[in-house]
Design a protein around this ligand. Structure first.
Ligand code: ZN
Length: 479
């Protein structure tokens, strides 16, 4: 883990060193500089799997971000909101309008408004171009240091704290952490709380978040990484309280607007220890509010993650007795039955979920698998083909399509899709084998024959000549 983090750092460092057109000392750090640095960092983080691709989670934070932006008057960039794969409690805006929200932070907030408050504060930093002003003031801050500092701010804290510290010393930038100045914090809070209230959230959420973090710090005896980049917590609390007592005295506002924070939190898989803790908290909350469908759902997801299938299904059924048409609950029940090998029950729940939302890829894929498991291959194929052009994380739909055609004795199609599957896996020999078989079984001059020929063409030697093996792993960074 530590090595990975160091390599990660190295990539960032090299990357920013190589950025052309940016000078080594800054006279002015322009908006274009910001965009360039921000974009490159984003792409690098994505390549290294630091960015979550959970569509639901990203759509959720993006929608909250969009609401806040609609009420902030001077957004100077097109903003991007991304969920960051880290359990450290942190949120960070890099130059260029890229806002990252760690899974760890989403897990600890109590309301969407608290999350929105953190995001509003980050947006205010970005709108006010605080990072740019730090860079401009530090003439000695070169590109390498800047990269290191940003990497440290993003990766620091939590379980990676040691690695982050090591990373800093590699850069020789140990003393230069990216830390907003107190006046930056005041401005980000003043603007942020305004955005938050305008967006329709209750403004006190902002100070609530800081108090939760302080409590967390007290209990865990580790400083949340958020505090490392955003200093002056006590001052911030006093300042925000003063605004709440004066400017925002009469402000109402909602706790949740875009979605349902408890359900979003259920999408984040915590560590085993945290799972048990979460189960305890949810059980406690449910004791006070036993008919809360969100809590029942979240507890079911947690029990499932702990491997307790029976308990998970029991809670989902309780939830369904209160809300029979709840898509999330129906889908979860279907997925759990499928995993447990009960395809008939799986199909029962998945069909209900699909009737409510036919566009959910996960539900469609699971329905295909359930039909397949029951021996209804035409039914299965019907669902798999719907997903032909979708990307689904960790699954290759071509494989399922090929299997279904095979069972249906449509061998030309089966070979063709196996060809596509192996082609994607970079197993050229296997891909060619299946494409040739498909070719033999397909009448010439048909569109299908043309598709096979085109796919084979892309595999022709010269373009790709690897035998059955994955392409070489990316070069590892020197230690
Ligand atoms: Zn701040």
């Amino acid at each position: 883990m530590r090595k990975l983090a160091q390599n990660q750092y190295f990539y960032l460092l090299v990357l920013v060193l190589m950025l052309s057109g940016i000078r080594n000392a800054w006279s002015a750090f322009t908006i274009d500089d910001e965009k360039k640095v921000g974009k490159e960092i984003y792409e690098k983080l994505d390549q290294e799997n630091y960015l979550s691709h959970d569509k639901k989670l990203n759509a959720y934070v993006s929608e909250i971000g969009g609401r806040i932006l609609a009420h902030s008057n001077k957004a100077s960039f097109p903003y991007t909101f991304t969920v960051f794969n880290s359990s450290a409690i942190n949120a960070f805006a890099t130059p260029g309008g890229y806002v990252y929200i760690n899974k760890g932070l989403i897990s600890v907030v109590e309301t969407e408004a608290q999350l929105a408050g953190v995001m509003a504060h980050e947006i205010a930093h970005a709108n006010s171009r605080h990072v740019a002003s730090i860079i401009e003031k530090n003439k000695k801050l070169n590109i390498a240091m800047l990269a290191g500092i940003i990497a440290g701010a993003l990766l620091g804290g939590g379980g990676d704290a040691a690695a982050a510290a090591a990373m800093f010393s590699v850069a020789g930038a140990a003393t230069l952490s990216l830390k907003y100045q107190r006046e930056h914090e005041e401005e980000a809070d003043r603007l942020g709380i305004g955005y938050l209230a305008q967006a329709g959230y209750y403004p006190a959420a902002m100070v609530e978040f800081l108090k939760i973090m302080k409590q967390y710090e007290f209990l865990s005896k580790t400083i949340p990484s958020y505090f490392l980049t955003h200093p002056g917590t006590d001052d911030r609390i006093f300042y925000l309280e003063s605004l709440l007592q004066t400017e925002y005295r009469r402000s109402g506002g909602s706790a949740n607007i875009v979605g349902n924070i408890v359900r979003m939190q259920a999408l984040i898989t915590p560590d085993a220890g945290d799972l048990k803790k979460r189960r305890g908290q949810l059980t406690e909350s449910l004791a006070k509010d036993p008919r809360n469908v969100d809590l029942l759902y979240a507890l079911a997801v947690t029990e499932d993650q702990l491997g307790h299938t029976g308990e998970a299904l029991e809670n989902l059924k309780k939830a369904l007795s209160l809300a029979p048409r709840d898509e999330d609950v129906l889908k979860s029940a279907g997925l759990i039955y499928l995993k447990a090998g009960d395809a008939r029950q799986a199909r029962f729940y998945l069909q209900k979920a699909s009737a409510i939302n036919p566009e959910n890829d996960q539900t469609t894929l699971a329905l295909g698998k359930a039909y397949f498991a029951e021996g209804d291959y035409a039914g299965a194929l019907n669902y798999f083909l719907k997903l032909q052009h979708q990307t689904i994380e960790g699954e290759d739909i071509n494989y399922h399509i090929a299997m279904s055609y095979g069972r249906l004795n449509q061998m030309a199609d089966s070979h063709y899709y196996f060809g596509l599957y192996f082609k994607k896996e970079n197993k050229t020999q296997s891909a060619l084998f299946h494409f040739r078989k498909a070719q033999e079984l397909t009448p010439a001059g048909t569109p299908k024959a043309a598709a096979i020929a085109a796919a084979m063409n892309e595999l022709s030697p010269g373009k790709r000549s690897k035998p059955d093996s994955k392409p070489p792993a990316r070069e590892t960074a020197p230690k």
